[in-house]
Design a protein around this ligand. Structure first.
Ligand code: ASP
Length: 338
């Protein structure tokens, strides 16, 4: 059988760093360099390498990922690998998942250990990503799998993967669902297919996600939070430039009593999503009473974020706002996530 054509798009990140004269790691390597570092790739696939940018993923923008999605959609390759930094991979992968139709495998990968360290993980992750893109089971289920992240010989759904540690080699995990597949001896061992209904519902309701960037504030609540940032947003006529907000709420969807009024007032003027600060898992809907808990907050107009991690809720809300859909449609989109 002829080899698959795999398009590698390099954005930057640790996987693409090089030491400067003082030994400090700087963005430098392009897609060709990443491919050259893994001679085994040539035996697996026909590789097309393209350097899109040389930036850390902590500095990527929504607009850049929209442009990347257009490039991926236009690619005639049999699969696309995006190499980038690890810092925002859980967000960029999810946005690509919302934007792409799933006609070919799309995989994001990265590196935790830079090329100057002993046993860097970038080359192995890139090799694993290409193996996954070419694998028959993955190709049979491409639409059901959606965009995937491949890190440390595990395959994750973009909607579920999170960066759970800032420095460890095994920094990535999907705590709610586990991985979709593992790589062993170069084989892809299937473990499960993701539940795609919420993503499909989001894509159907949003239609074409085009238009200008829509800044979304993320307010992660902690013990005794006074809510002054919310008040500042409420008092500013332009809401400080934000078009929406995500509240990283406590427990099953709770906020400190002292700021419940501000939260409700914000929901009246901006689409405001409540999302679990625990990092995912379905929220409660009708257990606790009082102004600071789910029953009253939902009545006050807060959009219930379901099981999505707050970072992913923020990505989804930005997409909803960019698509220009109504508040009710935004609530329906999030409702599908539980
Ligand atoms: N700050 C880097 C980035 O996200 C870290 C990494 O690549 O792992 O680009």
């Amino acid at each position: 059988m002829s080899k698959r054509r795999i398009h590698i798009l390099a954005l930057g990140g640790t996987i693409a760093t090089r030491p400067d004269a003082s030994g400090v790691m700087q963005m430098g390597a392009g897609a060709d360099d990443l491919v050259a570092a893994v001679p085994a790739l040539a035996g697996l696939a026909d590789i097309e390498a393209e350097t899109v940018s040389r930036v850390g993923s902590h500095s990527l923008s929504f607009d850049q990922i929209h442009a990347l999605a257009a490039k991926i959609a236009a690619s005639r390759a049999d699969g696309v690998i995006v190499t980038q930094g690890t810092d925002t991979l859980e967000e960029t992968g999810f946005l690509l998942d919302l934007l792409l139709r799933g006609d070919k495998p799309v995989i994001v990968t990265a590196a935790m250990r830079n090329p100057a360290l002993t046993s860097p993980d970038g080359p192995g992750n890139l090799l694993a990503a290409v193996r996954v893109a070419c694998d028959p089971w993955i190709r049979r289920h491409t639409r059901s799998l959606g965009v995937m992240a491949v890190m440390l010989d595990e395959v994750y759904a973009a909607a579920d993967v999170i960066k759970a540690h800032p420095t460890r080699l095994d920094a990535f995990a999907a705590p709610q669902t586990g991985p979709l597949a593992a790589l062993v001896e170069g084989r892809v061992v299937p473990l499960g297919l993701p539940v795609r209904d919420p993503i499909d519902i989001a894509r159907n309701k949003l239609g074409k996600v085009a238009g200008r960037a829509q800044p979304v504030a993320l307010l992660w609540l902690g013990l005794d939070e006074p809510g002054a940032l919310l008040e500042a947003m409420l008092n500013a006529p332009d809401r400080l430039g934000y078009r929406g907000a995500v509240i990283g709420a406590m427990g099953g969807g709770h906020v400190p009593e002292r700021m419940a009024g501000s939260v409700a007032r914000l929901a009246a003027v901006l689409p405001t999503v409540v999302s679990p600060r625990a990092g995912g898992g379905p929220l409660l809907r009708h257990t606790y009473g009082g102004a600071s808990a789910e029953i009253e907050l939902r009545k006050a107009g807060l959009i219930w974020g379901g099981r999505l991690h707050p970072l992913k809720a923020r990505v989804l809300l930005e997409a909803c706002l960019r698509a220009g859909v109504s508040r009710d449609t935004i609530a329906e989109v999030f409702d599908a996530f539980g």
